[in-house]
Design a protein around this ligand. Structure first.
Ligand SMILES: [Zn+2]
Length: 174
């Protein structure tokens, strides 16, 4: 999770909502990613998506059995679907995402009976550190005077959204 946090901070330095993820198999990190939809012009570029793609490419396998995904924020519905498709073995996340998280906040996606793959999911690991990174990022962004010409995408995305403790804007994160 500390590696995922470091990746999240890397994203923050690039102006992206700081969420990081790593995929681990057999004690080795096989995939890394941080949330980067703005810089890549890719709305699917959440941390989990990037880390899982990275691992699948590296391993030459679209199924990532016996893997553990560490992500700093509770997964959204898109990433939860991906986690099941990729046959991830286990998910460990940090902060809760009250607006868009589907592990516990907006329902319990991973317990749905229609899923053909089951996995344990654990939240709250380094949750405070993961949440603080997000809330400090948004606080710093709100302090900035809006610059209409160049920062339109940022302000539309997340800068104006009120942020609950430890949460991120649902449009920008994992
Ligand atoms: Zn996501």
């Amino acid at each position: 999770m500390r590696e995922a946090l470091a990746l999240a901070a890397e994203g923050a330095a690039q102006g992206e909502v700081p969420v990081g993820a790593v995929l681990v198999i057999g004690g080795q990190i096989v995939g890394r990613g941080f949330n980067c939809p703005i810089s890549t012009h890719d709305p699917s570029a959440h941390a989990e998506m990037v880390a899982i793609r990275d691992a699948a490419q590296r391993l030459g396998n679209y199924r990532l059995l016996d893997s553990t995904l560490y992500v700093t924020l509770e997964p959204c519905s898109m990433c939860a679907g991906l986690i099941v498709h990729a046959r991830i073995g286990r998910v460990v996340y940090g902060a809760r995402e009250p607006k868009a998280g589907v592990a516990e906040s907006r329902g319990r996606f991973f317990e749905q009976p229609f899923l053909n793959h089951r996995l344990p999911v654990e939240g709250g690991v380094l949750g405070e550190a993961c949440g603080t990174l997000l809330s400090e990022f948004f606080r710093a962004r709100r302090r900035k005077v809006p610059a209409p010409s160049t920062e339109v995408s940022l302000s539309v995305d997340a800068a104006e959204a009120p942020l609950p403790q430890g949460a991120e804007d649902s449009a920008g994160g994992a």
